[in-house]
Design a protein around this ligand. Structure first.
Ligand SMILES: [Zn+2]
Ligand SMILES: [Zn+2]
Length: 136
């Protein structure tokens, strides 16, 4: 089964071979600035399972709150965040869940960096959370 996600303008498309189901919500300060919201809602997939199948996203590099280098890929035409990549998750694409609007069955499984979440951030009850990176 193939799952295709796309940005706001449709210039970029991502295709996954397997069905994503788990969302990690990251409330770190750079995710807030990068999305203009309270968090990024990400699906972590392997590069062998997912690929860009249309267009080529632009890249912004930064040092994340974790101290790792983080590459944020986004649509250069409409600005939609597409995915992130970091040496902390080698071989993985950290895809934005909002690209996959036609996909059902997605659930937030963990909230991270809740220590820097804004007061107005909604948090789903009963989901494990961590004030920073889990395990650190
Ligand atoms: Zn776009
Ligand atoms: Zn973050």
């Amino acid at each position: 089964m193939s799952n295709v996600g796309s940005c706001l303008c449709g210039a970029i498309e991502v295709t996954c071979d397997s069905v994503p189901s788990e969302i990690i919500a990251c409330h770190c300060t750079s995710c807030q600035a990068a999305t203009g919201g309270v968090a990024t809602y990400s699906i972590v997939m392997t590069e062998t399972d997912c690929r860009i199948t249309k267009g080529s996203p632009k890249k912004f590099e930064e040092k994340a709150d974790s101290g790792n280098n983080l590459e944020r890929f986004f649509c250069g035409d409409c600005g939609s965040p597409i995915y992130s990549a970091t040496p902390a998750f080698p071989g993985h694409m950290i895809l934005k869940a909002g690209l996959f609007q036609k996909l059902g069955g997605l659930n937030i499984v963990t909230n991270i960096y809740t220590g820097s979440a804004p007061e107005w951030a909604p948090m789903k009850e009963g989901v494990p959370d961590s004030p920073g990176m889990p395990g650190s």
